[in-house]
Design a protein around this ligand. Sequence first.
Ligand code: DX5
Ligand code: ZN
Length: 225
Amino acid sequence: MPDVLIAPSVLSADFARLGEALVGLEEAGADWIHLDVMDGQFVPNLTFGPPVIRAMRPHSRLPLDVHLMIVEPDRHLEAFAGAGADAITVHVEACPHLHRTLSAIRALGKRAGVALNPATPVDGLAYVREVLDHVLVMSVNPGFGGQAFIPAVLPKVAALRELASLAGPPLRIAVDGGVDAATTPAVVAAGADVLVAGSAVFDAPSLAAGIQALRHAAGGVQAQR
Ligand code: DX5
Ligand code: ZN
């Protein structure tokens, strides 16, 4: 398992060819597949839900990390787990009972993640550390691919490294939004170990070239870990 994982988001793929995109990403060396679920309420955009994930599942052996940008995620956890998710990431802003939600995800046998909007602080996550497998730091306001990276969120990544040292399952720290070869060095230097990237992978000359460019940009960076 490499130090820094590359998790391409199929939000930037051709939605009529999601199966092919998954096969191509695995061949191109992706580590995780990032699936952006949007409900038109928590975020202004709509994408796909459990039936589409169920249809994608047989096309990849890679872990599927489902990023739920939806209100009331608790109502749908079982459906996403049953559709083949390996990890389920909920937004803290959508979860008044975060400890209960994360515990429910882990009880389904899935990795539990929390996503933080750019304006959301890290405070409070220490209290759910025992049921937390990863944190997704949003470096754009969620809803769309291809937005500009917000560097002001990076101090949160450093703060999360301290959280990682507290008792609990091994903690991965992911950054999502505007991650490309230019922004990756700062992201990795801050201590992130999962790079989520949509347009940087799918707009590259090939999926392999896009993933390699991110790995290259991450390589050799002195990380705060
Ligand atoms: C944004 C999504 C991201 C998005 C990233 O709401 O959560 O995962 O796909 O796209 P890029 O890498 O193009 O910013
Ligand atoms: Zn995402």
